[in-house]
Every structure is written in C-alpha cells, then in structure tokens.
Design a protein around this ligand. Structure first.
Ligand SMILES: NC(=O)c1ccc[n+]([C@@H]2O[C@H](COP(=O)([O-])OP(=O)(O)OC[C@H]3O[C@@H](n4cnc5c(N)ncnc54)[C@H](OP(=O)(O)O)[C@@H]3O)[C@@H](O)[C@H]2O)c1
Length: 323
C-alpha cells in the first residue's frame, strides 16, 4: 500500500509518498481503509527527528484517521466490515490502510462527514482527558486556553462551553480571536498586545483550569493567572521547554501542575479515554453543540504542503489529508 514516509529528518520536503507493507491485523484489531488523516504538531516534531514513533507503532506519521472498516480481527464483534469509523492511533495514519486496536475506534457521528471525522479524535481525546477527566472543569468555572484558534483550542472552547464553563483564550490576531468568539469564547486576549494575567484577574478570580501548549516561557505567568485550587495542564512546548517556577505563589493558591502526553499511552489507557469520549463527547457532537473545525482538506500526496500550512500557524482549527 502507499503511505507518506519520513525519508530523512528535516523540513516538510522529506515527506514522500512510498510503498510500505500492509499493516498486520491482530485478533483485536480493526483494519481501516483510510478516507482522511488528521495532521498534528506531533507529526511535525516526528518529521524533524524530535519525537520518535512509540515502540510497535508504524514508522510513518499519523495519529488519527477516519475511514471504512475493511477487515476485522477474529475476536472483534463491536464493528462490521463497511462501517464508517474514526480512530486514535499511535502512528501510521498517513497511509491507505491502518490497523488499530478496537478499543481505539469510534463510529463517525451522524452529524460529521467521513473526511472531517479525521480531525475529531486526537483533539477531543486530548481536551477531554486533560480538562475534564484530570482537572475536572465544572460549570461556572473559567478555562483559559492558550492558542485558542488551534486544533486543540477550537475543540476546548466548544467542549467547555457545552459543559457550562466560561472560556478565555489567547491568540495572535483579531481574526483568530473572532473565530474563538464564534465558537463560544468570552474573554478574548491578543497576547501580542495584552497581558493575559492582568486580563484574567480583571475578569474574576483567575482561571480554574489552564490548557497550555506554550510551556516554559508561560510558566510563571500561568501560575499567576490561576484561581485558588486551580490546575495548570501543560500539553506542549511551542514557546520552549525550560521555565522558572516560584513555588511560593503556587503553594498559596494550592495549585496543581500536570504535564501529559497522549501518544505513548498503552492501548488500554487510550481505550479508556476513547470509551469516555463515546459516552460524554459523542452525544455533544450528535446534538451539534460541538463540531470539528476543519481549515483545509489536502490530498495525502501533498502532505508536505499540509505541514507547511501547520507550521505557518495561519490556520484556524484542523488540517486533514485525504486519500
Ligand atoms: N500532550 C498531548 O497529548 C498533546 C496532544 C495533542 C496536541 N498537543 C499539543 O498541543 C499544541 C496544539 O496542538 P494543535 O495541533 O492544536 O496545534 P495547531 O493547530 O498547529 O496550533 C498551534 C497554535 O499555537 C499558537 N502558537 C503560540 N505560540 C506559538 C509558537 N511559539 N509556535 C507555534 N505556534 C504558536 C499559534 O497560534 P497564534 O497565531 O495564536 O500564536 C498556532 O496556530 C501543540 O503543542 C501540540 O503538540 C499535545
């Protein structure tokens, strides 16, 4: 079959459409004929040589797909051949076919097209597992999302609003902030012209939960922006890794800092998140309270273009590759 492989570590040009072996289908696996694959920042890091594929995962990138069930392992009874599904992967999504443990597979919601469903699972799983399962964001509380117009941000805004929370976002342009407002964000902060700590304090007690993908350069300000008993969730380091933490303010707020990663979790751990998504998030998608925000659909053979787009940060929402 064909897949987009990383021919050597480097820029987007190292992505090449090549022949690779068909994926093996284990007893509890679902073989998916891929319709589309979501593009994630982790794929960019993997391409640059900074984020190797987890043990046992295909070498080629791709953490989420949508498509049609092509075959089933002999122990799988949850799906049938021909079902439209989407799945959370450990890798290998930039391909014509991918094999994935059944626990990581979800039906495509009836309100979402098969292609657009490729942009749902990774962001929903990341936001749900962090903001709700780990930090337990409640109705009436405030969530601060850095990079509000990102794939992660567009899902975080909608989920938090659907659960009755107030959402603050940071973004780098008026157009991005307007997109966040349309999705339900109420406190809109252009980080290039405004200090997010001052704004959060002016608007109330601070953020009960902060979803942060910027990292070290925001650490001290994030702690200052927290409300009492608040949770700072770090999921990325777009602004650099090292940061200086003064434990005094964190202690006085009884604050908690978590740093988490989804990709290297076991199939069982991913399965637990996927099952929670099906129970709690899929109904919100079915009722159209939450929808995937797809900025571009680009052919798989042009994966390099998709990476250039993501790295330009000119997009709002998700970029997906179509087969
Ligand atoms: N830990 C996990 O399990 C996990 C899972 C999924 C994603 N992530 C991480 O979550 C973050 C967001 O992912 P995504 O796919 O939603 O990203 P994305 O759609 O590519 O958006 C990232 C946005 O961050 C903003 N940004 C701020 N500072 C930046 C900087 N120094 N460099 C580049 N962008 C910067 C940009 O918007 P502005 O123009 O507003 O600055 C950019 O559009 C990434 O760091 C990703 O690796 C982590």
């Amino acid at each position: 079959m064909k897949a987009v492989v990383i021919s050597s570590f480097g820029g987007p040009e190292v992505l090449e459409l090549s022949e690779v072996p068909e994926p093996p289908v284990g007893p509890r696996d679902v073989l998916i004929e891929v319709a589309a694959a979501g593009v994630n920042r982790a794929d960019v890091s993997q391409r640059e040589g900074n984020y190797p594929a987890p043990k046992g995962a295909p070498e080629w990138p791709g953490l989420e797909v949508s498509g049609t069930v092509a075959a089933l392992g002999h122990e799988v009874s949850e799906f049938a051949v021909g079902d439209e599904v989407c799945a959370l992967l450990s890798g290998g999504g930039y391909a014509e076919r991918v094999s994935v443990p059944v626990e990581q597979v979800l039906p495509v919601p009836s309100t979402v097209s098969l292609v657009d469903a490729a942009g749902l699972v990774e962001v929903a799983a990341t936001v749900w597992s962090n903001v709700f399962l780990l930090a337990d964001l409640r109705a009436g509380e405030t969530l601060l999302v850095h990079g509000g117009s990102s794939g992660i941000g567009t899902m975080a805004i909608q989920l938090a609003r659907a659960r009755g929370a107030r959402v603050a976002v940071t973004a780098g342009s008026a157009a991005k902030l307007d997109a966040c407002r349309k999705l339900g964000a109420e406190i809109l902060i252009n980080y290039k012209t405004e200090d997010f700590v001052g704004r959060l304090k002016a608007e109330g007690p601070g953020a009960h939960v902060i979803l942060d993908s910027i990292g070290g350069s925001y650490l001290e300000r994030n702690v200052r922006a927290l409300a009492m008993d608040g949770h700072l969730l770090n999921i990325g380091n777009l602004g650099g890794t090292p940061g200086l933490l003064n434990f005094g303010p964190l202690m006085m707020k009884r604050g908690t800092i978590h740093a988490t990663s989804l990709r290297a979790r076991s199939a069982a751990a991913k399965g637990a998140i996927v099952s929670s998504l099906r129970e709690n998030v899929w109904p919100l998608i079915e009722s159209r309270e939450v929808k995937p925000v797809i900025f571009a659909r680009i052919p798989l053979a042009e994966a390099a273009e998709a990476h250039r787009l993501l790295e330009s940060s000119s997009h709002i929402g998700k970029v997906v590759l179509t087969t």
